[in-house]
Unconditional design. Sequence first.
Lengths: 581, 180
Amino acid sequence: MIAPPKPELVTVNIDGREIAVPKGTNVIEAARLVGVDVPHYCYHPKLTVVGNCRMCLIEMGMPAVDPATKTPIIDPATGKQKINWIPRPQIGCGTNASPGLHIRTTSPLVKDCREGVMEFLLINHPLDCPICDQAGECKLQEQATGYGRGYSRFVEQKNVKPKRTLLGPRVMLDDERCVLCSRCIRFSKEIAHDDVLGFIDRGSHSTLTCYPGKKLENNYSLNTVDICPVGALTSTDFRFKMRVWFLKQTNSIDAESSVGANTVVWSREGAIYRITPRRNDDVNDTWMADTGRVLYKQVRADNRLAAVKVGGNDSGLDIAVNTAAELFKAGGVVVVGSGRSSVEEQFLTKKLAAALKASTHLVSRVGEGDKLLVSADRNPNVRGALVTGLIAALPAAGDVAAPSASAIRIGGLAALAADIDSGKVKTVVSIGEDLAEAGLTAAQLAKVAIVYLGTHANATSAAARVVFPTLTIFEKSGTFVNQQFRIQKFLKAVPGPTGLPDDLVVLAKLASAAGSSVPSEINALWKLIAAEIPALGTMTFANLPETGLLLDATPWSGLPFVEGETLHYKPAKAAQLVVGS
Amino acid sequence: MAVIPVSRKPLTFAERTYIPQILGGLRITFARMIKPAETMEYPEQRPEIPKNYRGVPTLVKDPNGREKCVSCQLCEFVCPPKAIRITPGEIAPDSPTAHVEKAPQAFDIDMLRCIYCGLCQEVCPEEAIFLQNQYSMTGLTRAEMVNHKDRLYELGGTLPDQHHKWDKKKAAEEHGSAAH
Ligand code: SF4
Ligand code: SF4
Ligand code: SF4
Ligand code: FES
């Protein structure tokens, strides 16, 4: 790899403190580096700068030089180079770091500016905080605390604007609360590439709206709700459900595809209320797809498996493990692993398969990539199966004909189907995969004994001899390896259904029933993983950084991965050929 | 510790007859019989509650019968013993108060937890919750000691305030400065 060129560093002075930043750094970001907060509404680090809210006004100056001789002018009072301050305030977001730039953010002028901007913003703002979903994470509330005057000098009647406009199926607009920062417009245009939003009318009657005949309904529409600095855009799913100050934040990973967008799961007392993106500049910037935000609904789905079952009747964990052990003794066992299991589970699956001398299969899930944050591979962790050695080659793509472009083709079990038909297989252990969905027929399922570990009831759990209910990604901790071979961790946000053991415990029990004893506690397990898998040799679960760790992908660089290009990911050449063919 | 012997004073003759003591006692008894009573026949009689007394927290309606609480959950947040539980909800779009948008679906105050601190009343931005003069709460089970929304409104009644904040808002929405 060619190292990126070292950025040229320039020294800027912010409130009297010098800091070296790459040339061209936005002043708001530079100030953040020295711990100075420049209040802002329209500026967003991942969008273009428009400078229309004026909240970020600062004082700016440059070192003085003699125009004729270009020599520095020294201030006799201080003995240092004189600073020529621009007499009027400048917007911070529209200023880039240049050598010797001086910034003042605490002067009386700057305070006056902020108070003035706040007063104008609040002139027509409704007194909605008690019924506003943004309350508690509202930038307007925050800045009003610092720079608001606490009472209004505006005696005229406030503006009236539409208060409950549906911009699309998932986004609701309250125009009175809008501060006209245009972040949502820029997001739709620049990131989602779905230019549907714009302002109409002038002055204080300016109103955000969709273009005639258009709707904000792309799969990234909820990002506009995240970046709206006020409560103008709200999510119809989260609307009026819970105040944000009650919610606990847990870092997680979006499991809908191999992009592995970083997320935060917001929960209160064991119930999840929403999922939002978490910034990771190497993976998803500050965005995520709408489809990934509703995945939490599976946690409380009606068809959730809640009890261990043997032969269709409720049973106990140990009885079920013993029943499975007996099936194992009869031989002819095949293990179907999953690209939706965590790295830890895949490692234990491999241990189980090795102890049983069973062959392993992986179910493939291939859909259409959207070139942004949903990739073609809808399994979040196929790379993990490669890294742990659960599989050596990629599973074959499903041959179930795609009825529509957005459908996901599930498959990869053709070899297993043939083996079942020829009678070689007696028992199939499925780790969270619905075998019927992956292409096995009911007759094939009936021909073998099935040990099923899964979260929800389906055809496989109905046909299974032994069923172990497992946890969703929100109820356990683990790691995924995304398409960039970046290993990232997700943490347990809510407790699982009462009485269910952790998935690692079930897998460890099965492995020990098969004759291989492995730890089931995640930190202890990682000691073993690090010892056995060279690619993960330096890691422990605890020291994995929040933004993940890039693994060396060279051992697998020749494999025909299905992903096309997405944000921060370019497929290798070999893969492109296969996708194109 | 040193022992101090205390000698007992011998009783006088009058004391030994008990008569002066009995008469003294009867004097107090008869004097009380003609003085106005200082106690009260509780629970048949109830004391007058001083203004600003902090009794059982209740929810109030405005003079038009609209429930004032908008389920902002600030009282739930501020309540030190976590006595309040609110399930927020959306007001149906065909309701006459649809412009208020939000109202509690459920509102429970556990009176076994409440410490009558009055912080909920102080924090409420809608003047919807008040500690009024109801001071005695009894029940035979824990569940009975939880006041649900209906009971809270029954206890609270109507607050005769004249803000009509939301009515003004609705009027503005209908006729206000929309012309441009
Ligand atoms: S946008 Fe912010 S300031 Fe405006 S009503 Fe909502 S919470 Fe309050
Ligand atoms: S009076 Fe105090 S303890 Fe009782 S409900 Fe209100 S805030 Fe809670
Ligand atoms: S603070 Fe007032 S408006 Fe808010 S939930 Fe409590 S009673 Fe309702
Ligand atoms: S953040 Fe600079 S003008 Fe809005």
